[in-house]
Design a protein around this ligand. Structure first.
Ligand code: FMN
Length: 159
């Protein structure tokens, strides 16, 4: 079994969107190698249509360039990117995605893939905390088998 197969098995029925790309950062990369059903629902597309694309296909007019630059820097330095982006579904509707993206490293430290956990969030009313934590809330929260695993990994956690 490969690490990739293990991820697929865990991700398959997860309610959080999970997408895995190759490690190439510059266009045409990163290229989507795997996405789970929840990711397909989040972005409003068939999985067959997104495998082989770069995640940039979700971007549009209101996707902030500064946030994408921060995303790019995190990928280039092998750091986690945790942030919020305006993205667009297949039917053109906009949604706000919370994105927690990390490198997957081989034993020798080299980056083999990137994995990203993604969910839709809505802006909360009222004044946000200075860290940004609490500014957005997930559209839905569930208690599937992966919930505990994601908590252990600190997914969506503000540092
Ligand atoms: C695993 C993974 C998931 C990504 N998911 C998204 C996403 O959901 N929405 C988005 O706008 N960008 C996403 N990106 C970021 C873009 O692919 C790209 O890296 C970003 O636009 C910054 O690079 P650029 O400045 O070359 O465009 C993702 C990247 C990776 C590696």
């Amino acid at each position: 079994m490969t690490a990739f197969e293990l991820i697929r098995a865990f991700a398959h029925d997860a309610t959080v969107g999970i997408v895995v790309t190759d490690p190439m950062i510059e266009p045409p990369g990163p290229i989507i190698r795997y996405a789970n059903a929840a990711f397909g629902r989040l972005v409003g597309r068939e999985l067959d249509d997104i495998i082989g694309l770069s995640p940039r296909f979700m971007q549009g007019k209101q996707t902030r360039r500064e946030t994408l630059d921060a995303f790019h820097r995190a990928l280039a330095t092998g750091e986690r990117f945790h942030g919020y982006l305006a993205n667009y579904r297949g039917d053109g509707t906009k949604y706000r995605a919370e994105i927690d993206c990390r490198p997957l490293r081989a034993a020798n430290g080299g980056i083999e893939n990137f994995v990203s956990f993604e969910r839709e969030v809505l802006r909360r009313l009222g004044r946000p905390a200075p860290s940004g934590a609490g500014r957005y809330e997930p559209v839905s929260v569930s208690n599937d088998v992966l919930t505990g695993v994601l908590a252990v990994l600190g997914v969506f956690k503000h540092t």
